[in-house]
Design a protein around this ligand. Structure first.
Ligand code: TMP
Ligand code: ASP
Length: 253
């Protein structure tokens, strides 16, 4: 079989040409990176978990009418997605203070923010994805005012959905990052949630114990990252609780 054409290789995912025009195959790698790839490691099984978790969140979002790039999961590590023209921004929504906002504004980790705060970073690894304002976004033409209105509305809907889904399984959604792409339907442009939604791009804390169940486990050397992601997947019912729950073989007479 001919090898598929690689379109792009990122830190955690690789994109291949899809079977139909306008589609892409997104492959989830086991690579974990932090601090702009200064720290990196292979975490066995991370790609499989993120493929399943991103499928779960994107499918749920589609279920409440939030458009996403997800078409279908193809196998353990790959999903078919819609090709989109990516907006070069990381859109971050914060419900509680953690990570860079604590350093930037001198906030204590874990305090509830007065309202969800939406931030934008310009996607450029060489610059370390700097924080930017709408002024920069409009001046440099990365997105229009209408796009940004749509993006904020999209990000807040994702926040409400993800917060509710997580709350139901005893997890606090502290913050998360999404990326957005443009697709064209005839003459109309539509913005859709793209990239991935997984514990790589969220902060998730157990409500009872405060245990961190996201990539901070890797960033801060807090334990086994795959264990933390497996716990998220297990609580959401994305993975069977134990292998013993698999159907038993039937005796054939
Ligand atoms: P921050 O506190 O480091 O700015 O991160 C905010 C959220 O964005 C957090 O949930 C982790 C996520 N994130 C990414 O998904 N990719 C990144 O490159 C960074 C820096 C953060
Ligand atoms: N994803 C970024 C990196 O690889 C940063 C992070 O998630 O902490 O460096």
């Amino acid at each position: 079989m001919a090898r598929r054409k690689k379109i792009y290789e990122g830190k955690a995912k690789t994109l291949y040409e899809g079977p139909e025009p306008g589609t892409i195959v997104q492959y989830f790698k086991d690579d974990a990176t932090a601090f702009n790839a200064e720290k990196r490691e292979i975490i066995d099984g991370k790609g499989v978990l993120n493929n399943r978790l991103s499928e779960f969140f994107m499918t749920g979002l589609a279920g409440i009418g939030v458009p996403t790039h997800f078409i279908k999961r193809l196998n353990m590590r790959e999903q078919l997605i819609r090709a989109a023209e990516m907006v070069p921004l990381e859109i971050i929504v914060r419900n509680y203070a953690a990570g860079s906002i604590c350093k930037r504004l001198g906030l204590e980790e874990g305090i509830a923010l007065p309202r969800p705060i939406v931030e934008y970073c310009y996607k450029d690894d060489a610059l370390g994805d700097p924080l930017v304002s709408e002024e920069h976004i409009f001046a440099f033409g990365w997105a229009s005012q209408q796009d940004m209105d749509d993006i904020v509305a999209l990000a807040l809907r994702v926040n409400d959905f993800m917060s509710g889904v997580m709350m139901a399984v005893g997890i606090r959604l502290v913050d998360f990052k999404i990326e957005v792409g443009r697709i064209w339907e005839g003459d109309f442009q539509r913005l859709i949630v793209a990239d991935e939604i997984s514990p790589d791009s969220c902060r998730l804390w157990d409500i009872e114990t405060g245990r961190k169940l996201d990539k901070d486990v890797f960033r801060r050397d807090l334990g086994d990252l795959a264990d933390a992601y497996t716990e998220v997947a297990r609580r959401l019912g994305v993975l069977p609780n134990t292998l013993t729950e698999a159907p038993k073989p039937k005796l054939v007479k």
